[in-house]
Design a protein around this ligand. Structure first.
Ligand code: FAD
Ligand code: UQ1
Length: 414
């Protein structure tokens, strides 16, 4: 049995960054981080690992190394949330009592929900996926082995983290095949469950242009429902006409799996909405039902695009608001829905999408970001990883709002 002032469940991007902030104002035994994994991954690099640009070891550090020293790390996972009694039960059967809870469990990948997919991923027959540390290196192997035929990229019928990533690897593949002279023997296909290529019109327009120029076939509302690795076939359903099922042959199949919040959250209906996301006020990120509970990142109900950049913008809001509640005040700090998605469009270009809750562009740099730029590719590859490891995980990066205001010669609004 443990007890603490602040319990952070999940020591990934959002949990680690916010815990780092609390570790500066609390005593060591007042702050517990519950996190089962030995390793912490910088997932935004997975796109580049799949393209053979970065290596998995660049994206991995020991959890022990990244979590704040002035906090207690419990290497265990939450099995049951009991917000009525301010406690969490762990997988190993321990009980942790808290005064304040931050839920930061992120989204899990549900590869097993698609029949044949796991067998395909484990058989080295052209099926790959950037969405897991276990499979991401297989993407580049599949790219190198490709000779001819269909290269298919999927986007599932569920909320996902980094909704741009399923198509980034499609553009990288197109460019790779051009570089090795195999592009004319390939048919590059992007099959997405969504009714649009991207949710923000400005960037969607730019991406349609990229697909047209590169001869990439886009099929909307097309959802992967089965993989037959032995025959190299992928089965898709038309979500608007469910009776319409189409089988595609593939040489390479990059799958973005369905995702969900962990079972411990989905079964705690007092904390979550019908989709299993922690129900929070989208401005303060405070639980709508328990004033001492907050959520950050991919597991919260706030309707922003689920990215590390969004978690960065959220961590200061969550920290300030939790502190207000501790001090007996009402939370006032407001999150504007900021999210960003560096849409890598090849081996040297990137469209940096940045937007808010209204899906209106909210760009950091004082030039038009709705274009493929080398500068934004360099930022993604060279600037972001050290910014993540050194600033964000130590509680010193709250997203680019400050930089944006400076570059636009505005005074900070908050
Ligand atoms: P995570 O960082 O996933 O952390 C969740 C943590 O909770 C994990 O450590 C997990 O072990 C732990 N956990 C889970 N269940 C439990 C439990 N029951 N008890 C205790 N702990 C638990 N974002 C960008 O901003 N830019 C990008 O370019 C970008 N590209 C991406 C590309 C890919 C391929 C992927 C997969 C993601 C990408 N992202 C990108 C998204 C980004 O990685 C996530 O949005 C971000 O990590 C979310 O942070 P989080 O804290 O909510 O979840
Ligand atoms: C960002 O803040 C962030 O979080 C650390 C990312 O995740 C890796 C990003 O990809 C981006 C683009 C941002 C936004 C930062 C700037 C300087 C525009």
């Amino acid at each position: 049995k443990h007890s603490c002032k602040v319990l952070v469940v999940g020591g990934g991007t959002g949990g680690c960054a916010t815990a780092a902030k609390f570790s500066k104002i609390l005593k060591k035994n007042e702050l517990i981080i519950l996190e089962p994994s030995e390793n912490h991954y910088y997932q935004p690099l997975f796109t580049l690992i799949g393209g053979g640009i970065s290596s998995l070891s660049d994206a991995r550090k020991n959890t022990k190394e990244v979590l704040p020293k002035n906090a207690v790390w419990l290497k265990d996972s939450a099995a049951e949330f009991n917000p009525q009694s301010n406690s969490v039960t762990t997988q190993n059967g321990d009980t942790i009592e808290y005064e304040f809870l931050l839920v930061a469990t992120g989204l899990q990948t549900d590869y097993d929900k698609i029949p044949g997919l796991v067998a395909g991923l484990n058989s080295d027959t052209g099926v790959c996926s950037n969405y897991s540390a276990k499979y991401v290196e297989g993407t580049y192997r599949a790219l190198q082995k490709f000779e001819n035929g269909n290269a298919i990229f999927t986007f599932p019928n569920s909320p996902v983290k980094c909704p741009g990533a399923p198509q980034k690897i499609c553009y990288i593949t197109d460019h790779f095949l051009r570089k090795v002279g195999k592009r004319d023997k390939a048919n590059v296909i992007y099959n997405t469950s969504l009714p649009v290529i991207f949710g923000v019109k400005k960037y969607a327009d730019a991406l349609w242009k990229v697909c047209e120029e590169r001869n990439i076939n886009v099929n909307l509302r097309t959802n992967l429902i089965e993989v037959r690795p032995d025959k190299r076939e992928a089965v898709f359903q038309n979500l608007d006409k469910p009776e319409q099922v189409t089988t595609f042959e593939y040489s390479m199949l990059h799958v973005t799996p369905p995702m969900s919040t962990p079972p411990a959250l989905r079964t705690c209906r007092s904390l979550t909405n019908e989709s299993g996301f922690v129900d929070v006020d989208k401005s303060t990120l405070q639980s709508t039902k328990f004033s001492n509970v907050f959520a950050i990142g991919d597991c919260s109900s706030s309707p922003n695009s689920k990215t590390a950049a969004a978690a960065a913008a959220q961590c200061q809001v969550v920290f300030k608001n939790m502190k207000s509640v501790m001090d007996g005040k009402t939370p006032v700090s407001a999150y504007d829905g900021y999210a960003s998605c560096p849409l890598v469009t090849g081996y040297s270009t990137c469209i940096l999408a940045e937007f808010d809750y209204n899906l209106a562009p909210l760009e950091t740099f004082p030039f038009n970001q709705g274009r493929e730029l080398w500068s934004m590719y360099l930022m993604k590859k060279m600037l972001m990883p050290p910014l993540y490891w050194n600033l964000m995980l130590n509680g010193w990066w709250n997203g680019p709002a400050l930089v944006r205001n400076l570059l636009h010669l505005r005074f900070p609004q908050n």
